[in-house]
Design a protein around this ligand. Structure first.
Ligand code: GDP
Length: 450
């Protein structure tokens, strides 16, 4: 996802790599790469203009420090390129945030409502199911109302989702959606449910009849949340749709779907700036667990090609305990990240199912996907070389000289060049970690990180 945007930032980063000073000309050249890729990614023109202007202002005015002191009190050298990337990161984060991803929910003894709106095909019904699944995990008792009565398949689809999630679905034929929503609330009270999710009708494009119907559902049940589901693949059109829905219904936020398949991702960057309302969740796939809380810092890091450390750690938390995940995050970012940690993380990743979904968040691969093109085979190779290292070498890879390289290569059945390549990639990863570790905004959000 987001390859188009990432491409421009990567080009800019490479242009500035190793430079100790940034001149206004260099800033302009780098911003040109970024500008082109943002426009290619279908980010709204005004948003691109503002973003570029903000970064230019900060980058040109910046007094570049060549050393900074990290959290452990060590002095580290930073390049002008690092500074530029940091400014881009902060501005990307500011563009998409701040975000409160919580839903407006009343205490459990009262009934709360979430009205889901969006164009046909945006992923509204699927996302209604995903939200119900999330609420279930939080100990809530949801009920789904099938108010998309014009598309019979939508009612059936919701019923199937309900059965799968073991969540009741309310539907009555020949009842108009505003009345259906009201009866849905009554049914939820009867069945002692505490959240109603209303799946409303969509159209291929916004029309007056649709809007009027949605307004009357809103005034009939006064839902606590109105969320617009938007397909990220349709770029700027998604942003225009969002603005119109917001004007008529006063939305609480957006859910951007199909981010897993979207190479452009322009909507993610424009929607907040254009409407003033936040993206709350991202749809990252078709299955019920593929809904992520939206974190602007995580997405900013992914766009810059760093990988999403916090998101990665959240996935880890499902496999390991929270304390361990927090410790891992701390290690990852402190620069004391050893080869041993690196391989442990990879082993954990392999236990976590489809690798592909995770790689974008994984810092090493996020940074070097193109070169590395990692697959299961690649990981097996890494593990075999690791297995042939001594404990001391795993902890201090800088000890690995030529004769040790040869021994490791022999032991693992790999070529010495492959061992050297692994060491080089690991070294680069440590560097990337250091850069991210200097971003306090990111650190503060890692559970348990001090
Ligand atoms: P609705 O017409 O808005 O209710 O849309 P649906 O919920 O029926 O979704 C339309 C299609 O998009 C279906 O094939 C879904 O499986 C798919 N879809 C929904 N959300 C996502 C997502 O986050 N990622 C991907 N890849 N597909 C999605």
């Amino acid at each position: 996802m987001l390859e188009t945007v990432t491409k421009g930032f990567r080009a800019a980063k490479n242009r500035l790599a190793g430079k100790s000073e940034i001149t206004p000309e260099m800033v302009d050249e780098s911003l040109r790469d970024i500008r082109v890729s943002l426009l290619e990614a279908d980010v709204a023109f005004d948003v691109v203009k503002k973003f570029v202007a903000r970064v230019r202002e900060k980058a040109v005015g910046e007094v570049v420090q060549t050393t900074i002191t990290d959290k452990a009190g060590n002095k580290r050298r930073v390049s002008a390129g690092d500074h530029f990337v940091k400014i881009c990161h902060d501005e990307l984060e500011a563009l998409m945030g701040p975000v409160d991803t919580s839903l407006q929910l009343k205490p459990r003894d009262q009934l709360s409502g979430i009205m889901m709106v969006g164009l046909q095909g945006s992923g509204k019904t699927t996302t209604t199911g995903k939200l119900a699944s999330k609420l279930l995990k939080e100990g809530r008792k949801p009920l789904l109302v099938a108010a998309d009565i014009y598309r019979p398949a939508a009612v059936d689809q919701l019923k199937v989702l309900g059965e799968r999630l073991k969540v009741p679905v309310y539907f009555e034929p020949n009842v108009a959606p505003p009345e259906l929503a009201k009866r849905g609330y009554a049914a939820a009270r009867e069945q002692k449910c505490d959240v109603v999710l209303i799946d409303t009708a969509g159209r291929l494009a916004i029309d007056e009849a649709l809007m009027t119907e949605l307004e009357s559902i809103k005034s009939n049940v006064r839902p606590d949340n109105i969320l617009l589901v938007c397909d990220a693949m349709i770029g700027q059109d998604a942003v225009r749709t969002a603005a119109e829905f917001d004007r008529r219904l006063s939305l609480d936020g957006f859910i951007l779907t199909k981010l897993d398949g979207d190479a452009r991702g322009g909507a993610a960057l424009s929607i907040k700036e254009v409407t003033g309302k936040p993206i709350k969740f991202l749809g990252m796939g078709e299955s019920m667990d593929k809904l992520e809380e939206f974190r602007p810092d995580g997405l900013a890091s992914r766009i810059l090609g760093f990988g999403d450390i916090v998101g990665l750690m959240k996935d880890f938390e499902q496999v390991v305990d929270e304390k361990k995940a927090a410790e891992d995050a701390q290690k990852l970012l402190s620069g004391n990240f050893t080869m041993k940690d690196f391989v442990e993380q990879i082993r954990m990743v392999r236990r976590m199912g489809p690798l592909k979904d995770l790689l974008e968040k994984f810092p090493l691969f996020g940074e070097m996907t193109e070169q590395l093109n990692p697959d299961e085979q690649e990981l097996t190779k890494i593990e075999s070389m690791y297995d042939s290292m001594t404990e001391q070498e795993r902890l201090r890879p800088q000890l690995i000289n030529d004769s040790r390289v040869k021994r490791i290569a022999r032991g693992s059945g790999r070529k010495p060049e492959e061992v050297r390549e692994l060491l080089q990639k690991f070294g680069m990863m440590q560097q990337v970690m250091g850069t991210i570790g200097q971003n306090p905004g990111l650190l503060g959000r890692i559970p348990g990180f001090k």
